[in-house]
Design a protein around this ligand. Structure first.
Ligand SMILES: Cc1cc2nc3c(=O)[nH]c(=O)nc-3n(C[C@H](O)[C@H](O)[C@H](O)COP(=O)(O)OP(=O)(O)OC[C@H]3O[C@@H](n4cnc5c(N)ncnc54)[C@H](O)[C@@H]3O)c2cc1C
Length: 460
């Protein structure tokens, strides 16, 4: 272990040629046959990822006595990959991590720390949610192992999981809860710009480096809207470019007491927002799973489209130049600056010259991006639109490999894109693991829910 650490330091500091690195570096070499397999019995379940989903699943497993190990840096997406100062669009009551007894909700946390909290109407600050997630981890999942997983391969009776320092462990089952981390999407028109001129919004937490610089943010959703407001706060010369002719902002949820009983039935509140449809998505993901595939895909694609939080409007409208109804056709660097060539809805052309472009253009699940999965696993995964086809218990077509979070949205609906869906995922996976370990068979097997490979839709 000590030797591996010393090697890691040497390999990270010295610029060895790639061939040498591959031969000796425990991370670069993915061939697990070189690694020492830990002299431990096979783990029942390995959870990869320590965001709201991974931590909630782990808290449930722990309480139910399901043996597991969990890997990943806690709340990494929230502490490093969202802009400092941002507030969450979700209402307070839907910003929880989950344990079976609801012992440690955001409300409890805020109460303990004297932080202002309301179920709805007071925006939850990023810093509050991230600190809550870290406190949840320490309380409910103290045995988190922060090492990153760099390899998952099939082995007899399960999987071998390789960690960043080269240690290899074996597990019967693997739950992938890797969230948005591998799925940044940058449109083709920007992708060819050199890295110093374009970045994805995922790359930004502290915006100070943009003080006094000129920046164009591409996108019309919450990420783009939050970013331009916050960049303005650090005196960046920022403008927003969006395809849609107007920006949408979601409405502030009215206090429940202010609604009549009929309004409450007709327009119920839910963890995803107000309305019967959103209530269905939020509370009935299992029913969603049984809808025809085409309807599921269409619904996930079209519901809860891009919009900013109600509180972000004043920070942006009238404060930041908005170039709406325009799409970037191409981009190039000339004299050290980016030239964006836009095509607008009225057919006209526009040009923007700026120092840097931030693509706040969202995330697209694409399993090919999970390069730590072996090619054998990749080949065995049945997919639709590059996302995994899952059984009613989150199991993929590779037996024993489960997906939770945004990668499961095409199976269980839009709620899986939000922290609110972590409770459902944790409950469902716990039941599955309990039944699997007691020998019962519960889930609808994947073979009965997938189409044959040649009939698969692969659009995006
Ligand atoms: C700007 C922005 C605003 C958002 N606002 C909201 C909101 O208001 N409400 C809401 O519910 N959702 C919001 N979301 C969506 C949010 O990303 C998800 O709700 C949430 O992150 C889902 O949790 P997760 O655990 O699936 O994923 P993540 O939080 O992304 O966690 C995944 C974890 O997996 C780890 N990981 C990845 N690969 C490995 C590996 N190989 N080994 C070990 N660990 C690994 C990562 O380090 C990370 O910690 C927002 C997203 C963005 C980008």
């Amino acid at each position: 272990m000590r030797r591996t650490k010393i090697w890691r330091v040497i390999m990270n500091q010295v610029a060895f040629p790639p061939r040498v690195r591959r031969r000796f570096h425990p991370i670069a070499s993915r061939n697990t046959s070189h690694h020492k397999i830990a002299n431990e019995p096979m783990v029942n379940t390995v959870i990869i990822g320590a965001g709201p989903y991974g931590l909630s699943i782990a808290a449930y497993f722990r309480r139910h006595g399901i043996p597991f190990r969990i890997f990943g840096r806690p709340m990494d997406s929230w502490t490093k990959h969202m802009p400092k100062g941002m507030a969450l669009k979700s209402d307070g009551f839907s910003c929880n991590l989950y344990d079976p007894n609801d012992d440690f909700t955001l409300k409890h946390f805020c109460g303990e720390r004297g932080i202002e909290y309301s179920d709805a109407g007071i925006p939850v600050l990023l810093e509050t949610f991230a600190s809550y997630g870290m406190a949840f981890q320490q309380k409910m999942v103290p045995d988190l192992d922060e090492r990153i997983v760099v390899g998952v391969e099939r082995s007899s009776g399960g999987f071998t999981v390789t960690l960043e320092d080269g240690e290899v462990i074996t597990a019967q089952r693997v739950v992938l809860a890797v969230g948005i981390t591998h799925f940044e999407y940058v449109p083709e028109s920007l992708a060819s710009l050199p890295a110093e001129f374009v970045s994805h919004s995922f790359r930004h937490h502290d915006l100070e480096s943009f003080r006094g610089r000129s920046v164009a943010v591409i996108g019309g959703g919450a990420s783009a809207i939050d970013l331009v407001g916050l960049l303005r706060d650090v005196d960046a010369d920022v403008q927003l470019v969006a395809r849609k002719p107007s920006l949408q902002f979601h409405e502030k949820a009215p206090a429940n007491g202010s609604k009549s009983w009929w309004q409450r039935i007709r327009h119920p509140q839910s963890g995803l927002g107000t309305g019967l449809q959103l209530r269905f998505f939020a509370e009935a993901p299992v029913c969603f799973h049984y809808l025809p595939e085409r309807l599921r895909l269409e619904t996930v694609r079209t519901s809860l489209g891009p919009s900013g939080g109600w509180f972000a409007k004043d920070k942006v409208v009238g404060r930041v130049p908005l170039v709406l109804g325009c799409t970037t056709e191409r981009a190039e660097v000339r004299d050290g600056r980016v030239h964006l060539h836009l095509r607008c809805l009225d057919g006209g052309e526009r040009k923007i010259v700026t120092d840097h472009v931030i693509a706040a253009t969202g995330y697209r699940v694409n399993l090919n991006r999970l390069t730590f999965l072996s090619s054998e696993i990749q080949k065995g995964l049945k997919t639709v639109e590059d996302t995994p086809v899952l059984s009613s218990s989150f199991e993929s077509s590779v037996r024993g490999l489960y997906f939770a979070g945004v990668a499961a949205a095409n199976s269980f609906g839009p709620v899986l894109r939000f922290a609110y869906g972590a409770g459902f995922a944790a409950r469902n996976l716990t039941q599955t693991m309990l039944k699997a370990t007691s020998g019962d068979h519960v889930a609808v097997p994947v073979s009965s829910v997938v189409q044959p490979a040649n009939e698969r839709t692969r659009t995006i």
